[in-house]
Write a new protein. Sequence first.
Length: 258
Amino acid sequence: MATTTAAQNPTAASRKILVLGATSGIAEATCRIWASQGASLFLVARNADKLAAVAADLRARGASFVDTAVADLDDTERHAALLAHAVNSLAGLDVAYLAHGVLGDQQQAEQDFNTAAHILHTNLMAPVSLITWLANFFVQRRSGVIAVLSSVAGDRGRKSNYVYGSSKAGLSAFLAGLRNRIDREGVTVLTIKPGPTRTAMTAGMKGSEKFADVNAVAKSIVAAIDKRADNLYVPFQWQPIMFVIRNIPDRIFKKMNL
């Protein structure tokens, strides 16, 4: 984990934060905490109406500054201009928080490559484009935090969601390698692995009433960023659960319904 100085770890009220995928349930809950601390926020999302509503709510909750950009983050050609605009708007950048992703339709992806490719592009290739730019930006300044929502689903492929899971596995591996490269440059790379969480995206899923509370998940994410942690399983019990799942022999695992 990177060694920090006061300059590298600004107070919550002075923090400048970029949020990519700002209308996702987990991202919005996280931003509410930052807003209450008085942070400055630059929000990016695809849906203009939802983005405007989130921005207005965060201003009302006490954010020092809120600016927005409507963008399709799947469009990697526009990433450099978008990220430069965000940095200019915030007059700097301390934390980049990536919550961009889709669950996708596993059954359709099993039958149609284009569906699978879309999931992989949104959850892996587009984030890699964003993170590469951000990593180089922070390395030049020898400070910063890149916090990225991956998933426990990436720890082992399961028949119920292996296309989504494989995209998150690739993302987690990319983040691990990036961390190994730039931690020594004063930049923290945090891989966040939530278990199933109650949000609008999961509302229709079977058993969603038992999923983790989104506000509790957001609180853990903010704490991990403040600590400049490397990895976060949230809720915490997913770390031992996934340790067990990763170590089930294939001869047994392939017969399980997971």
